[in-house]
Design a protein around this ligand. Sequence first.
Ligand code: HEM
Length: 414
Amino acid sequence: MAAPALDGSTLIDPASYARIGYPHTDWSTLRRSAPIERFQPEGWPPFWAITRHADIVSISKRPDAFLNVDGINFDRNPEARGQAPVQMRTIIEMDPPDHRKYRAVASKFFTPRSLGAWDPIVEEMARKLVDGLGREGECDFVTEIASMHPLKIICRILGAPEEDEAFVLRLTNEIFGREDEEFRRPGTATPEESVMQAAMEFYQYFQKILADRRERPREDLVSLFANARVDGEPMNEIATMGYCLVMFIAGHETTRGAISGGMKALLDHPAELAKWQADPSLGKTAIEEILRYVTPVNTMARTVARDVTIGGRQLSEGDRLVMFYASANRDEAVFDDPDAFRVDRNPNPHLAFGIGEHFCLGAHLARKTSGAIFGELVPRLELVEAAAPAERVPSNLVPGLKHLPIRYRLRPGR
Ligand code: HEM
């Protein structure tokens, strides 16, 4: 197949995501003519771009051949990895057989059955946040709703006290918004220095909570991590801290992206919002469609474990590949009219949560969190419109909205 005239920069450059958003036109070209293609944009290491649904499924189901150990983030400077001041090992960077043992520590907590107890709490938190908007006005939907709701829930399930939420929000923004000047710590010279200081503070903060829960366990996740055993031994410090961190890495920005992107999709498709308002039973399919259409987690990187041929292309041991979920979720071989946003789309076999070995541990919590906000907002929205242009985070991993100014009028709550 002839390589298309793309250099791959729109696929991977964080600044490009902030400027023009997801490169759907380029992905569509690649799916048609070069679904497994090698790129090396200027200033970046080489990578294979995987853009079709079927190829992402088969790669994700072969964790022995495509490894997570070198990290799932495709970085401009891979050598910066390992220079962190504190080492944490998260399950998303583990491969079998370790991965399964460590995933088992938290998997029971995240089942629909065990999370059922959180329904009234999550719904109450959504109601309070939406009530806080008042009857009408303008707000930045990202900072006031989409970011706060998942953050409050993660803090609550982890066991961080409510008064620490603002502090934890600042740290997560500093650690994960590294490409963004807005989140640079005052007095630091480089993004790396800013991230290192924030990671150190995060570590010290959770060390205190972990010590407390070893003494006085409660019904929260930190207690579970603090007292977990792997292979019959207490879980080590690096993995325990990794678990605390992964809840924020994997849970906060992602759900924030689903909620803010979902609101933007509804703003851009008022007929779909009206359809949902007329038939509240569409809640389940609407959330799945938001996940597909928005695809908050855009990429996952893997390292090729040994020489392998896929889709007729020869990949060599050590090569890096990047799976583009947002492309798979618009794959015309799987989805009818894939660029259309339809709240009643069914079936909807999207890959927003990945698939296989590393399938999102928090998928049920993410659906519940997003479902609670839209379940509260959609019936109450009398008017909603953009108050200013939206802005995107510069990232290729979770390129969600940074600001979404809206004007609204709400009906009173129940
Ligand atoms: C809409 C929100 C979310 C999206 C779109 C999302 C998406 C993903 C994706 C794509 C993966 C990688 C799957 C793979 O490599 O095959 C993943 C893994 C993971 N997610 Fe989520 N996620 C979301 C919310 C959450 C939440 C709320 C939590 C927990 C609080 C969470 C915890 C995790 C963990 C721990 C992993 C690693 C699982 C493993 O390696 O076994 N995620 N997520």
